[in-house]
Write a protein that binds this ligand. Sequence first.
Ligand code: FAD
Length: 251
Amino acid sequence: MSTSQPYYPHYDPLRDSSPGTAMDYPPSYWRFHAGEPPQDDGPVNGDMDADVVLIGGGFTGLATAMFLAREYGIKAVVLEANQIGWGCSGRNGGQGHLAWGRLSRSQWVRKWGADVARRLHANSLEGFEVFQSMTEDPEIDCEPQNLGNLLIAHSKQALDGLRKESQLCNEVLGYKTRVIDRDTVLNQYVGDQECHGAMLEPVGIAVQPLKLAYATPGWRAGWARKSIPEARSRTGRQMARSTTCKHRAGR
Ligand SMILES: Cc1cc2nc3c(=O)[nH]c(=O)nc-3n(C[C@H](O)[C@H](O)[C@H](O)COP(=O)(O)OP(=O)(O)OC[C@H]3O[C@@H](n4cnc5c(N)ncnc54)[C@H](O)[C@@H]3O)c2cc1C
């Protein structure tokens, strides 16, 4: 593994202009339990031909490379300044659930109406199913826990709000959520002593996120055996900026 710089704990992507180069991972639980990082191909030292170049070896770049190879036979090059999964992808909570953004689903309905809310929900489910299929791939060892998703209320008022939200999910979106009481949360899910109850969504899978990122070489090896062009990873932020990528037409 080509790390040459120690972990820098003060890096802030909102403030710093660069993520650095060849930086070590943060000393996290995920890192200590993820096994050995995958090998990359080393820095890019000159011009290279590529059909697609992806900058950043996080979930966005890795998943894009995987689907380009799997669905279009396109050999993408992933350029990563530091390490595979070094950024947010290797440091997050590992919670995979439906995406509803900053608005609650009842706010969707109020803002855009039931029809748009149903379409947003369907779109979110479709995205989740792609993620779920990855967690079920035997080559992708990411410790999935398919137990659903909890929205925990920390006050009686919040629990009342979740009851209404759950009812709306069931009746408007056809999404079968339910409200569970404090004892059920504590006995069956998590020991959150401040909990008043929770809304349980049936859709939700927790993963070990850094292992999910590391599993990319497993996909690559699988494709290579099937004679589908493999995705390659390289390091070198500076190289990512200076490399000339010649576009090949006609693919
Ligand atoms: C604390 C926290 C908790 C989160 N929890 C969850 C969660 O539970 N569930 C969930 O779904 N999402 C969660 N997220 C969000 C999720 O982690 C991100 O949406 C996702 O990881 C983004 O992936 P990415 O590939 O776009 O970016 P990143 O994973 O950040 O990858 C970007 C990569 O690009 C590299 N890079 C940057 N600039 C260059 C360059 N010029 N040249 C080469 N390489 C470069 C970086 O080194 C980095 O490795 C969380 C985020 C945070 C911060």
